[in-house]
Design a binder for this molecule. Structure first.
Ligand code: HEC
Length: 174
């Protein structure tokens, strides 16, 4: 029988080893447990490290999807398919989410639908997100004062999502 690949034990030798293990001093047993725990922690840490990159990609996609959902809600209001009460709030949420987006893209982790230029042209990429924060914030204020009907026509031209996607996002796979 092989024990931890270190020793070959059979018959009486195995019995002796079992007796030793049962009667070993507490300090030895604790050390053995500590070694086992350290190994488990190491394995867990490497599993976390392996998941890290995908986590960063998933996280920024969740944040970007939030932008998409909020814009879809705004489009419904403008099409009069949803009540206009929350119009300004949706714009506020876009401003807050664009702030989060900059944080979410900060880790330099390629993948998802992002082109490598996100990080090689970081100042331009970041400036575009800052622009989105500022413009959606302004629209939110205007919507609070003047209402959805007045601000609606400005949404498409002011919230420029497509121009950034053209430069920094990979086209969808066929
Ligand atoms: C500064 C550039 C930039 C701006 C501005 C921007 N996006 Fe994006 N967006 C990206 C990039 C890059 C990705 C790809 C992320 C990935 O998969 O790694 C993306 C992905 C997305 C996705 C796909 C998420 C998924 O995985 O399904 C949606 C939806 C989206 N953006 C919506 C928007 C909306 C709506 C706006 C405007 C309100 C916007 N984006 C503005 C760069 C931008």
């Amino acid at each position: 029988m092989r024990l931890l690949g270190r020793e070959e034990l059979t018959g009486p030798a195995l019995q002796r080893r079992a007796y030793e293990l049962e009667n070993e001093p507490r300090s030895v047993r604790l050390r053995r447990t500590a070694k086992g725990l350290a190994l488990a922690a190491l394995l867990a840490a490497s599993a976390i490290a392996a998941a890290d990159d995908q986590d960063a990609i998933d996280y920024r996609r969740h944040v970007m999807k939030t932008l998409g959902e909020q814009l879809a809600a705004i489009d419904m209001i403008l099409a009069k398919k949803a009540p206009a009460d929350s119009f300004a709030v949706h714009l506020k949420v876009i401003a807050a989410t664009a702030t989060q987006a900059k944080k979410a893209f900060e880790p330099k982790i390629q993948g998802g639908s992002s082109k490598p230029e996100v990080w090689s042209n970081w100042p331009d990429f970041a400036r575009r997100l800052d622009g989105l924060v500022a413009s959606s914030d302004e629209l939110a204020k205007a919507a609070k004062d003047a209402g959805a009907a007045a601000v609606g026509p400005k949404i498409k031209s002011t919230l420029d999502c497509e121009s950034c996607h053209k430069v920094y996002m990979l086209p969808p796979k066929p």
